[in-house]
Design a protein around this ligand. Structure first.
Ligand SMILES: *Cc1c(COP(=O)(O)O)cnc(C)c1O
Length: 360
């Protein structure tokens, strides 16, 4: 089979040039005679890879100097626990927005360590919209305020950030990091599992304002303390070396594409093609509130589960794969992360148009 267009929500499509490059360097990394997989994480070659990844990320997101960039195993889910363990250190209180399954899991985990308030929720309509955020309901004493910037399963994405005043804003940016320009200085901490927009699974990126580390709860395991990652430059123990190497290649690729601003424009274009069609189609329709639509994950349905199933099957046969929606939403979901080229989205929409004609 030829390579397909992969609309998977995660682990998701990687840029083909990145994989070709990794393939070329697989058994012999720049004349070392070794694969990156076989190298000491203390070798100068690997340290250079890690530093290059970090520097690229700093450049791409214009990360200010008083923020540290960390690579940590355990995915975004581990951050659901690490954040409260490290940041609940003054009043032991935090505010959360409940906008999806991932937010729910984050709340559940944080609730084991402190007093968590849900300041806004869209659970009443299966998370198909973003609840209004009213800063007068925020706890000014909270140790932090947690938000999921893009809700991967439901296809909603914040356009504006809440004003949390002095309370550090913590963002789960797993599925929209690097997809658009952000002002890192608005955040206390950003985390993202790599496997949506940065690289393969196996590592999460954490961007943390320096002053927020160093006051973890007494019983915090060493491996869950940001301070140890900062002091040991993300090498407190053996890091996921190959995943970090792949992230480096993806970040290099993103710079070659013109950086975040250029990819943001492409992402806008891609999403517009798909949403414009969903809005005019008599068969397909988007499931997220139109004002809150995500540029990364686009859930949609047809007139019923049987047609959905037929669509998913025929699309797969046409080389458009992993379009099945999350089990809690049903229908379809097209994840159109950075690595999905515009041709992939055009091909999908052309296919949907034909399917609509054939299934009148
Ligand atoms: C995928 C995802 C997660 C979970 O990531 P893991 O790396 O599997 O732990 C958390 N939050 C969001 C928003 C996600 O999209």
């Amino acid at each position: 089979m030829e390579r397909v267009f992969n609309f998977s929500a995660g682990p998701s499509a990687l840029p083909e040039p990145v994989m070709k490059k990794a393939q070329n360097e697989m058994t012999n990394y720049v004349g070392t005679g070794l694969s990156v997989m076989e190298m000491s994480h203390r070798s100068k070659e690997f340290i250079a890879i890690k530093e290059a990844a970090e520097n690229s990320l700093r450049e791409l997101l214009a990360v200010p100097d008083n923020y540290k960039i960390l690579f940590i195993q355990g995915g975004a889910t581990l951050q659901f626990g690490m954040v409260p363990l490290n940041l609940l250190n003054k009043t032991n209180q935090a505010d959360y927005t409940l906008t999806g399954l991932w937010a729910k899991k984050a709340i559940k985990e944080a609730s084991r360590y402190g007093k968590i308030s849900v300041v806004a929720s869209s659970e009443d309509k299966n998370f198909s919209y973003l609840p209004m955020l009213d800063s007068s309901t925020f706890n000014p004493e909270a140790d932090y305020f947690h938000i999921t910037t893009n809700n991967t399963i439901y296809g909603t994405q914040y356009r504006n950030l809440p004003d949390t005043g002095k309370v550090p804003l913590v963002a789960d940016m797993s599925s929209d990091i690097l997809s658009k320009k952000i002002d890192v200085s608005r955040f206390g901490l950003i985390f993202a599992g790599a496997q949506k927009n940065i690289g393969p699974a196996g590592v999460a990126v954490v961007i943390i304002r320096e002053d927020l580390a160093g006051n973890a709860m007494e019983f915090t395991p060493a491996m869950l303390n940001y301070k140890n990652y900062i002091e040991h430059f993300s090498m407190f123990n053996t890091p996921p070396t190959y995943s970090i190497y792949m992230c480096k290649l993806v970040l290099d690729w993103l710079k070659d594409q013109g950086g975040v601003e250029a990819i943001e424009q492409k992402n806008n274009e891609k999403a517009k093609i798909l949403y414009d069609y969903l809005d005019e189609s008599a068969l397909f329709k988007g499931t997220a509130a139109s004002t809150d639509r995500s540029l990364m994950n686009v859930p949609f349905v047809t007139n019923g589960p049987e047609t959905d199933e037929l669509f998913i099957k025929s699309a797969t046969n046409a080389g458009l794969v992993n379009l099945k929606g999350h089990r809690t939403v049903g229908g379809m979901r097209a994840s159109i992360y950075n690595a999905i080229p515009i041709e992939g989205v055009k091909k999908l929409v052309d296919f949907m148009k034909q399917f609509e004609l054939d299934n009148k």
